[in-house]
Design a protein around this ligand. Sequence first.
Ligand SMILES: Cc1cc2nc3c(=O)[nH]c(=O)nc-3n(C[C@H](O)[C@H](O)[C@H](O)COP(=O)(O)O)c2cc1C
Length: 204
Amino acid sequence: MSVPDKRAETSYPINDLLANRWSPRAFADRAIPPDVLGSLFEAARWAPSSRNMQPWRFAIADRHRHPDQFEVILSTLMEGNRAWAQHASLLLIAITEPKPAGSDRPNTYAQYDVGQAIAHLNIQAMACGLYMHQMGGFRRDLARERLAIPPQFEPVVSAAIGYLAPPSALPEDIRARELMPRSRHPLSELVFTAKWGETHPDYA
Ligand SMILES: Cc1cc2nc3c(=O)[nH]c(=O)nc-3n(C[C@H](O)[C@H](O)[C@H](O)COP(=O)(O)O)c2cc1C
């Protein structure tokens, strides 16, 4: 069984890294070299952010180098995610600072900016031959407790990163999801003119 072809079917051409990105559950038992990992977080670091506040932190654990720490992050995932994410090479939790130290007002773009940093990280991962699967399905309170995240920080999302593997080793129910075609709403439903709900004629 080979890796499935999950390339996006697009109406207009897009960059290969974007077209080929998807969220797999089958990961190879292969360590990520530290310098490759460094590139991923460098990409996140250089993401844009509101007022350049950079409201992101990343708790990471490499399964091959730090199995004990990997177990800590794994233990915060919901069971359904743990079933497959346990085989990833790296787990991360992205954390934000909703109200920066020394500021009297919240950073209303904090979560948005973390999402953007993760998007950059994801595309850099693709450029390095790695795939990422984000997970909202983790216990934030447990993560806060087990990772000793201070109260002024907030866990946003978790993610599994690794090299792609064929889905053959996955349990049947998870394999079925792995092989499902990817779908998106059409551009005609997404891109409006200046009048709300009116499809832009270029995409009708
Ligand atoms: C914020 C966020 C939370 C997600 N949470 C989960 C999750 O808990 N479990 C899971 O299997 N996938 C999760 N996903 C993956 C999405 O289901 C996936 O991105 C979506 O179905 C589109 O598929 P694609 O990434 O392969 O294009 C999450 C993605 C995002 C961005």
